[in-house]
Design a protein around this ligand. Structure first.
Ligand SMILES: Cc1cc2nc3c(=O)[nH]c(=O)nc-3n(C[C@H](O)[C@H](O)[C@H](O)COP(=O)(O)OP(=O)(O)OC[C@H]3O[C@@H](n4cnc5c(N)ncnc54)[C@H](O)[C@@H]3O)c2cc1C
Length: 381
């Protein structure tokens, strides 16, 4: 057991920290209250991918960096401390690139992978629908075979990156209990995406996506027919860990802002940091953050060793994404009334923190997974 980043991780983090402040922050800053447009999103991706953020999980033989998940998680945490919006954009794009690498035919890979790894083609993954969220097996979107093509019809909801994405990896029913994944190209096959405005991480685009009899060649099937849901489920360990790294970054920013303010603001003749109950708030924030980090790093290092971590990822996700809300709320409390205003960043941290206990398995769904792992009894239905 070792709780410190190794030499290589420290070097990667140092370079990345400087790049985030120098290159990423200025590009992301204008989009904190409205979603990245296509140009800004692509520019951001091009700034991030040289550091392995946005495509680093793709192995070297696929043109990526083959970054291990723990190192990658540390980079995402660092990015989210400054821009959870850019972190969300990159994380979803990176997941799509990895799916294309793992499941795409040689033809699909030749056409898309190099561009995805370079940040020129941005992907997203569409599973949720207006009528289904936690229970993905109830999805209605269908892909019907028509000769050498599939015709896709249905509506997807809450799809991250969809307004700026070049390709959507959509999971659709190909038979009654059969779910398959297809690559749909915005230019070639067409899909419509309507932006959804949300509470926080507003630069990270989200949309409702319509597939109105969209025709794709059979070669755009990713993986075998019927493997779409299995592949999606396999990716949940990873996505739960990475959504947690976004929470870690927000939590760190909130704590840092609270410490700074507590040293500057004076009441009763001394900095409020000198009042014991203010220190108690900071201590609670720091403790919850440290616990969150340890849980996330544990799950990430299991993944880095190629081990499954369903239990550990669900514990990390459910704890961290709830803890960050308490941390961000206390950061506001430390700021008093100023914390509620747009003059200080903590109100934004609070809104951003609130976003993360829903995607990739709500807190309740992750608790059910933990319960099932502990007892062997399935309490889902
Ligand atoms: C920021 C963000 C990004 C997202 N990105 C994507 C994306 O890129 N692609 C995509 O496909 N989807 C995405 N989603 C959608 C996300 O996966 C769903 O929101 C999530 O699965 C929950 O579904 P739902 O919102 O429909 O809630 P529901 O499933 O309707 O749940 C509503 C409430 O009921 C609870 N609940 C449901 N079932 C049970 C049960 N059996 N026991 C106890 N409680 C239960 C839930 O915990 C929740 O509190 C995103 C969502 C967010 C917020």
């Amino acid at each position: 057991m070792d709780f410190e980043p190794n030499e290589e991780q420290t070097m990667a983090l140092d370079g990345w920290r400087r790049a985030v402040l120098r290159d990423v922050a200025p590009l992301a800053a204008p989009y904190m209250d409205s979603p990245f447009d296509r140009e800004a999103a692509h520019e951001l991706m091009r700034a991030m991918v040289p550091f392995g953020v946005g495509s680093g999980w793709v192995p070297e033989e696929g043109g990526g960096m083959g970054l291990d998940f723990l190192t990658s998680g540390l980079l995402f945490e660092e990015l989210s401390r400054t821009s959870p919006d850019a972190a969300g954009l990159a994380w979803v794009a990176e997941g799509a690139a990895l799916k294309v690498h793992s499941n795409g035919s040689e033809e699909i890979k030749a056409r898309y992978l190099e561009k995805m790894v370079a940040g020129e083609v941005i992907g997203c993954s569409a599973i949720s629908e207006p009528g289904i969220g936690s229970n993905v097996r109830e999805m209605r979107t269908r892909a019907v075979r028509d000769g050498k093509y599939y015709r896709i019809t249905g509506e997807k909801m809450w799809i991250s990156n969809a307004t700026i994405a070049d390709v959507v990896l959509v999971v659709a029913k190909t038979d009654e209990n059969e779910f398959s994944m297809f690559l749909v190209d915005r230019e070639e096959h067409g899909f419509e995406a309507q932006e959804i405005q949300k509470l926080g991480i507003s630069g990270w685009p989200m949309a409702q996506v319509q597939f109105n009899d969209v025709v794709v060649p059979e070669g755009n099937l990713l993986g075998e027919i019927g493997s779409g849901l299995r592949e999606t489920m396999k990716g949940f360990d990873r996505s739960r860990c990475f959504v947690s790294t976004l929470a870690l970054g927000i939590g760190r920013a909130a704590l840092e802002n609270a410490i700074e303010y507590s040293k500057q603001r004076s009441q009763f003749g001394k900095p409020i940091a000198g009042h014991q109950l203010v220190q108690a708030m900071l201590a609670e924030m720091a403790s919850e953050l440290a616990a969150s980090q340890l849980l996330v790093y544990r799950a990430l290092s299991m993944m880095a060793q190629g081990r499954r971590c369903e239990l550990e990822a669900s514990i990390a996700k459910s704890f961290t994404t709830e803890a960050v809300q308490r941390i961000a709320s206390k950061a506001i409390q430390v700021h008093g009334a100023f914390g509620l205003t747009k003059e200080f960043p903590v109100e934004r941290h609070f809104r951003n923190a609130r976003m993360l206990s829903i995607p990739d398995g709500t807190t309740q769904i992750n608790q059910l997974i933990i319960g099932r792992k502990l007892t062997g009894i399935d309490a889902f239905s």
